[in-house]
Design a protein around this ligand. Structure first.
Ligand code: NI
Length: 181
């Protein structure tokens, strides 16, 4: 088990377009992903992308806890188990977007309201080198879009449309959890 150092906004590795993984089943990739999972849990994150641990490769790990899926009213009340995405691709299944609050382990202590597609399909290789596909809505879809953005050097503040909806979590939640508009 290894906890990796997380890059913070401003570090150039977060702005790079990451390279595809040539061999999803290589021992190096397996080890990297194990360390990413340890790092994500240690930091209390919902997801983590490889560039956030200074590795410019197209790998994402994430999980959606049932409590979070319920509070977002997704109808995906079981949440999403720990998932590894290698070389992921996203296809929006509708033009509809919604605003929602996001945070990022690379931007500690802050949050912002970001528009995301509400309904997507995504595909990726798993650790066994098999391509799989899923549909996602709501918060699940949001997490996948946020993490995959990291692979293209995009951080959530770049997508915020109303900068008054960006700030320190401590300040924005003084009157309770902020509402999405
Ligand atoms: Ni992030």
């Amino acid at each position: 088990m290894a906890i990796l150092k997380i890059a913070r906004i401003g570090h150039p590795v977060l702005r790079q377009k990451s390279a595809p993984v040539d061999n999803p089943t290589s021992p190096y990739i397996k080890q990297l992903i194990e360390d990413m999972i340890d790092t994500m849990y240690d930091a209390g994150g919902t997801g983590l992308a490889a560039p956030q641990v200074h590795v410019s490769k197209r790998i994402v790990v994430f999980t959606v806890y049932p409590e979070r899926a319920q509070s977002e009213g997704d109808g995906e009340q079981a949440g999403v188990p720990l998932t590894v995405l290698i070389n992921p691709e996203i296809t929006p299944l509708s033009d509809e977007t919604e605003q929602g609050w996001e945070g990022c382990l690379s931007i500690p202590g802050m949050m912002g309201q970001v528009p995301r597609f509400t309904h997507i399909r995504y595909s990726a290789y798993d650790l066994d080198g098999n391509r799989f596909e899923r549909e996602a809505r709501g918060f699940h879809a949001r997490v996948v879009q946020h993490e995959c953005d990291h692979l293209d050097g995009i951080l959530y503040p770049f997508r915020i449309e109303d900068m008054s909806k960006f700030g320190f979590t401590e300040e924005l939640t003084r009157q309770g959890p902020p509402k999405s508009e």
